[in-house]
Write a protein that binds this ligand. Structure first.
Ligand code: HEC
Length: 201
């Protein structure tokens, strides 16, 4: 009889223990695995890994106006002050697109970029720079991720692409790209080669 009581007590204690274990484990994996809400995790370096092997939209770095390139890259206060002092401090860009977005980028007059498209824009100090100063990136997420701006996520990285410095529905990026609604919020201005512009259908 005593043994039965012991067995029951042990079973109850074990049951409570196991339930508590699985319960806390579940809530832990929920906070550690937020794949569905990408803005909860800062690191997105895997999503741009190997981008230099993707389609290079412009073969040589294109010059863009310094003030604009600063705005398109979340400048630091020091950069803003430096640029303000030197209005001729132009920047250069090279843009890459992954295989999913290549067709829309290179052949469509009014593109609709497929989910999974990744566009990487390198910001370079000079036309000869081999290492970018920083990267700005757009990733096409699943429908309804960010309906106001074509479900794009906006990201910034250090030049080597080893550190994500910002990501999500970044207000300062969207404000400008909203103006490009007819081309799915992608500008292509200043870098898409003229001969490719002409052939867009
Ligand atoms: C001042 C307006 C402006 C702001 C703000 C801006 N962009 Fe841009 N973006 C542009 C323009 C114009 C282009 C075309 C290329 C160029 O001039 O750099 C562009 C191009 C891009 C491209 C290449 C794809 C395309 O649209 O042609 C990416 C990626 C990009 N921007 C990401 C960002 C991110 C990320 C931010 C926020 C950190 C941002 N942009 C903020 C104006 C802006």
């Amino acid at each position: 009889m005593r043994n039965i009581v012991k067995v029951i007590v042990v079973a109850i204690v074990l049951g409570i223990g196991l339930t508590a274990f699985f319960f806390t484990r579940k809530s832990e994996t929920q906070t550690l695995n937020p794949l569905k809400t990408p803005e909860n995790v800062l690191d997105a370096t895997r999503e741009i890994a190997g981008y230099k092997d993707w389609t290079k939209v412009n073969q040589t770095p294109e010059r863009v106006e310094s003030r604009l390139s600063a705005l398109c890259a979340r400048p630091t206060q020091a950069q803003i002050e430096r640029d303000a002092k030197n209005p001729h401090n132009d920047k250069f860009i090279t843009v890459y697109v992954n295989a999913i977005g290549k067709d829309a980028m290179m052949t469509k007059k009014l593109p609709k970029f497929p989910v999974g498209t990744v566009i990487v824009k390198e910001k370079l100090t000079t036309a000869e720079s081999t290492e970018p100063e920083l990267l700005t990136v757009m990733i096409k997420r699943e429908k309804n991720y960010n309906p106001m701006v074509g479900d794009w996520e906006f990201l910034t990285f250090n030049g080597a692409g080893t550190e994500t410095t910002a990501r999500g529905k970044l207000e300062n990026c969207q404000s400008c790209h909203l103006a490009e609604k007819s081309t799915d919020y992608v500008s292509r201005k200043g870098y898409l080669p003229v001969e490719i512009w002409r052939k867009l259908k």
